[in-house]
Design a protein around this ligand. Structure first.
Ligand code: UDP
Length: 492
């Protein structure tokens, strides 16, 4: 309770407790939302897992990112995972199950404990990310409203909502292995309100299962439909980007707050300087390689392809080799994030072929992790080869950088479909990777041909629309005001 009792704290009577699923794709947008709420006078308690909190503390800089300050505190609850579970290849599934089983009571207890600190108002609302719907029960037990920040696009959310109908109508699970390759996944689906015809395979990775009891399918369905129990749904998108699907979603969810892209919204209010964290609002679970920024400084404008597959994707050794040789054959400079664990068998940079490193050393920088938002905003970056995670996609849209997409999980398929076909800002690689196609797409994106010019024009247009959305009077800016008003409703 060391932060209690100043006048400033007493003035903040609305107290939001935010709890994201503990991975960067959920933590980062939730932290940005926390910062935005705090900047508008809301008292914030941001809850990490103890494991991540400790990991962040141990990172160089002594965990300065976690410094609590007036009206903004970091707290932690145990995630309940054993060391053995943490080391297992399906640790994310184990984490999901463990949080469900073990975290409800500690979160309730935490909310009650912080409210006992002098000058700290009682928790008046709970904000969750996706995948932690169990914590809706925390809000119910505290008798406060819950809001869910669902971390995908609106189209990703709607697709996830429709998984139940796809299952009930027999589209999924697939009958046998041949359905993965016989063109079945190309079947048009034209009955999802607000979405132009999409292919079955675009909807989500979870339709690709053969298992009638598929864990992933069941979890996604349950997580999305349980959002109806929340008082409001918050989306990291903006109205003009997904207007049709948002109109349709409004019929099912009366309170949708589109306040994104959160990376841009944070920056718009001077995020880097104002938030008291080391960098833009984000808790980086890996050390960011600062040297890549100096390397970018030395590259010509728009010349560099940035390559990253987010925080969770795992590729095979063969796929890594196809990317490596495709990049080597494209002759453009590239900055490649090869995170520990990106390659099956918990491997990372050690899995890169030696002759590839020798062949590309004059025009490549390999980092284990970087400050991605800053990288994408750097003038030297002209393209992004991405797994199409939603945070990465919005960060790229905000930066006006066109993409090459290689989706592999969950909403990444629908994101890449929109990037290429709806927004006209990207290319897509075949699922079965071939180095020739990697090299050809890089050439097409980074070269000066007509397709590249068209994508750059579209990317510049979406960048301008992003900036308009987050500026005062823009849709995301106004929707954040509405959200804060809604959170404040119960203020005494
Ligand atoms: N990220 C980063 N540094 C990197 C790679 C990724 O900071 O080297 C951040 C990125 O900016 C984004 C998040 O990690 O905010 C990844 O989220 P996304 O939704 O794109 O993918 P996920 O990790 O959930 O698959």
């Amino acid at each position: 309770c060391e932060l209690s009792s100043s006048m400033g704290e007493r003035r903040r009577r609305t107290h939001a407790m935010l709890f994201p699923f503990p991975c960067p794709g959920h933590i980062n947008p939730t932290l940005k939302l926390a910062e935005l709420l705090h900047s508008r006078g809301v008292h914030v308690t941001f809850v990490n897992t103890e494991y991540n909190q400790e990991r962040l503390r141990r990172r160089r800089g002594g965990g300065g990112e976690l410094r609590s300050r007036e009206g903004f505190r970091f707290e932690a609850v145990p995630d309940g995972l054993s060391e053995e579970e943490r080391a297992s290849p399906d640790r994310t599934v184990k984490l999901y199950l463990s949080l469900r089983q073990n975290c409800r009571a500690p979160l309730v207890e935490l909310a009650r404990r912080v409210a006992r600190c002098e000058g700290v108002p009682p928790v008046t609302c709970v904000v969750l990310s996706g995948l932690v719907s169990f914590a809706l029960a925390v809000a119910e037990e505290l008798a406060v409203p819950a809001f869910v920040l669902w971390g995908t696009s609106a189209c990703g959310f709607v697709c996830t909502l429709r998984l139940r109908q796809l299952r009930q109508r027999g589209y999924t699970p697939l009958k046998d292995e041949s359905y993965l390759t016989n063109g079945y996944l190309d079947m048009p689906i034209d009955w999802i309100a607000g979405m132009p015809t999409v292919r079955l395979g675009d909807i989500s990775s979870f339709v690709r299962t053969l298992d009638p009891t598929s864990f992933g399918l069941r979890v996604e369905e349950e997580e999305a439909t349980s959002c109806a129990r929340a008082q409001g749904l918050i989306l990291n998108t903006f109205d003009d980007l997904e207007s049709d699907v948002l109109d349709a979603l409004g019929n099912e969810f009366p309170r949708v707050y589109t306040i994104g892209p959160l990376a841009a919204a944070m920056h718009g209010r001077g995020g880097d300087r104002a938030n008291g964290h080391g960098g833009p609002a984000g808790l980086s679970l890996w050390e960011e390689d600062a040297a890549c920024m100096a390397w970018l400084d030395a590259q010509p404008a728009g010349s560099v392809l940035y390559v990253s597959f987010g925080s969770l994707a795992v590729m095979s050794l063969d796929e890594l080799a196809e990317f490596a040789w495709g990049l080597a054959d494209s002759y453009h400079p590239f900055l490649w994030v090869v995170r520990p664990g990106l390659v099956a068998g918990d491997r990372g940079t050690d899995a890169l072929p030696d002759d590839f490193l020798a062949a590309t050393k004059d025009r490549c920088f390999i980092a284990e992790w970087c400050a991605q938002e800053q990288v994408l905003q750097h003038g030297a970056v002209g393209g992004f080869l991405t797994h199409s995670g939603w945070n990465s996609t919005t960060e790229s849209i905000w930066a006006g950088v066109p993409m090459i997409c290689w989706p592999g999980f969950a909403d990444q398929y629908i994101n890449s479909r929109y990037v290429r076909d709806e927004w006209g800002i990207g290319l897509r690689l075949d699922e079965e990777l071939r180095r020739e196609q990697v090299a050809a797409h890089v050439e097409e994106l980074m070269g000066g041909g007509d397709t590249a010019k068209e994508m750059r024009r579209n990317a510049a247009k979406w960048k301008a629309m992003t900036e308009a959305a987050i500026a005062p009077g823009g849709s995301s800016y106004d929707n954040l005001d509405k959200l804060v008003d809604e959170l404040r409703q119960d203020e005494a």
